[in-house]
Ligand binder design. Structure first.
Ligand SMILES: [Zn+2]
Ligand SMILES: [Zn+2]
Length: 83
């Protein structure tokens, strides 16, 4: 089954580009574990974390634009009351 490669995971069974090293492409199933491991070795500039997903990690200047279009923004507990 072909998986698409994405920068920010938006569902199951995707190949996700690691925010800490763009040479890493990780299956969504292993992403959380990989991010935790890769963060320990990361020495680059500080990255911002999306308010809607702990594995949406990016340069701080991208954060606002990302959060405005984040696929998980609908789960925002701070937004309108859930249905
Ligand atoms: Zn990585
Ligand atoms: Zn996000």
């Amino acid at each position: 089954m072909a998986s698409r490669t994405v920068r920010f995971i938006s569902g199951a069974d995707q190949m996700v580009i690691c925010p800490y090293d763009h040479h890493h492409v990780i299956h969504s199933r292993n992403l959380g574990k990989h991010i935790r491991k890769c963060r320990k070795n990361y020495t680059g500039p500080e990255l911002a974390v999306c308010a809607f997903s702990a594995v949406h990690i990016m340069p701080p200047q991208e954060l606002l634009a990302h959060q405005a279009s984040c696929p998980y923004a609908k789960y925002d507990v701070y937004a309108a009351a859930p249905e």
